[in-house]
Design a protein. Structure first.
Ligand code: ADP
Length: 484
């Protein structure tokens, strides 16, 4: 397999709307998770490249981009969205090869990227300041202004969606961006930069420096000229990013994953819930921040739900991304080893079902067999540690209080869902769940770009998506004029 659909040089950095070789001429290899082969080389950018990118961004901020109206920024974002839609198939194929995600899921990511650009592009000229009644002789108003240079450090699991929700919002509000994609998957970030250039985004407004986290990532996070940081990734690296933000006293948005539960009550429509219960755990091979890795079920319907979920598990098809089955490979050999070690921690648990992995699969692909563990107690490591692989645990509860105690009993708080027909219970428990998003009789609500998203606790802080993202990527200035 090859990335013949690339129309740019993947071994370069993107700075000032130009493709430039990394200053120190160091490169990394990018792997195809479906067969373990080398896809292509990418730049191993470092602090020298980050410096150049930040300088370019600074010129754009103090130059043409700083004078571009909200209306015109919105139009450029719309054009970017249109080009993304035109290139949906190409982008999806690139993402499938790079991330290992089934083609249908990669296609959905490209469409979501376009949708973010449409939404933010259409919203940005509707963001208004306020006038504030004050003392006689004063007129007071507020202005929403960009932070300045936004640094984005993103992971490999949903590059297109995360670029859309974070870079899209930053640019809409008039910031300039330096993006450090993940070393495991960065091709659509580079493709997106070229699309932005084609759509008329001026030089320096978006720069992309691929490279290692400890090199390009750390350099961007600690750069003294960067005015805002947004990070999606692991808790451990999130702490480092927050420490860098503290050093430079800049605002930071952290989205760090979760252990998101679905609560199934005795009166739930179980057949309606079933596809969501399983898909939310195995989508993108479970490598999803908002994956649902815990299923909590009222004891009276517990056996029924276990049996039905197990039946779906045994019919799951696992295979190469371009075969577009239910589950693709994991991103890397390293990730497979991590997920396998979690699966081994379940040796003392009951395996309700395990999907079969076809032994004809390409031998060096990073495949694991999705597994559902049942009768798991809330204090078992698999019930509270994030795994980032296709592993779900299912456990019974006896009443609402116990369900909420288990649901809220991890360090995370990103997403949760309630499956119940009882309206009072829906309202009561939606308030009691410690979670940035709560879904009632669904999971994920189709991922709507309009819906503010983010967590609490070790899931991070700050909100992306929706108007909240636009507020987050801007700062408020109060102007108080004294007059006669
Ligand atoms: P994962 O373990 O899922 O790969 P990480 O949190 O390690 O997630 O990586 C998410 C992003 O953070 C990637 O772009 C990675 O290169 C970057 N990163 C990793 N370590 C650091 C670091 N020390 N400083 C800044 N960025 C980093």
């Amino acid at each position: 397999m090859s990335v013949e659909s690339l129309w740019f040089d993947s071994s370069r950095c993107f700075v000032d709307n130009e493709w430039i070789a990394p200053v120190n001429h160091q490169y990394l290899e990018l792997y195809n998770p479906s067969d373990g082969s080398v896809l292509c080389q990418i730049a191993r950018g470092d602090s020298d490249d980050v410096d150049i990118a930040v300088e370019s961004a600074s010129r754009a901020l103090n130059g043409i981009w700083g004078r571009t109206s909200a209306l015109e920024r919105g139009r450029i974002l719309h054009r970017m969205g249109e080009l993304v839609l035109e290139k949906t198939e190409q982008l999806a194929r690139i993402e499938s090869l790079d991330v290992g995600k089934p083609l249908t899921q990669a296609r959905a990511d490209a469409v979501a990227l376009a949708r973010y650009l449409e939404f933010y592009g259409g919203a940005v000229d509707k963001i208004h300041g306020q006038t504030i009644p004050y003392l006689d002789g004063y007129t007071v108003y507020t202005l929403r202004e960009p932070h300045g240079i936004a640094g984005h450090i993103i992971p490999w699991n949903y590059p297109m969606q995360i670029i859309g929700r974070s870079v899209g919002a930053a640019l809409a509000m008039g910031n300039v961006s330096v993006l450090k994609p993940a070393e495991e998957a960065c091709l659509t970030a580079l493709a997106f930069a070229d699309i932005a250039r084609q759509a008329g985004l001026p030089p320096g407004v978006l720069n992309v420096i691929p490279g290692l986290g400890a090199e390009a990532g750390a350099a961007l996070a600690s750069h003294p000229s960067v005015n805002h940081l947004s990070f999606t990734g692991s808790v451990g690296v999130g702490k480092l990013i927050q420490a860098s933000a503290a050093d430079n006293i800049v605002p930071v948005t952290l989205e760090l994953g979760g252990k998101s539960p679905q609560l199934v009550f005795a009166d739930a429509d179980i057949d309606a819930a079933l596809p969501f219960l399983v898909n939310a755990g195995i989508q993108n091979a479970g490598q999803t921040c908002s994956a649902s890795s815990r299923i909590l079920v009222h004891r009276s319907v517990y056996e029924q739900v276990v049996d039905k979920m197990a039946a779906r598990y045994t019919s799951l098809r696992v295979g190469p991304a371009l075969d577009d089955l239910d589950v693709g490979p994991l991103i890397s050999a390293r990730q497979r080893a991590i997920v396998q070690s979690f699966m081994d921690k379940g040796d003392d648990l009951t395996v309700a079902a395990r999907a079969q992995v076809n032994d004809q699969l390409p031998g060096n692909g990073f495949y694991v067999s999705p597994v559902l563990f049942s009768d798991v107690s809330a204090n078992h490591p698999l019930a509270h540690e994030e795994i980032f692989g296709p592993v779900q645990v299912i456990m019974p509860f006896d009443n609402d209080d116990e369900a909420i105690a288990i649901a809220n009993g991890t360090r995370y708080g990103l997403v949760a869902s309630l499956w119940t027909q009882n309206g009072a219970r829906q309202m009561r428990l939606a308030r009691r769940l410690r979670s940035g998003q709560v879904f009632i009789n669904n999971y994920g609500a189709g991922g709507g770009v309009e819906l503010p998203f983010g967590g609490s606790g070790h899931s991070g802080h700050g909100r992306e998506k929706g108007f909240e993202a636009l507020y987050g990527f801007s700062t408020l200035k109060t102007v108080a004029a004294k007059h006669d």
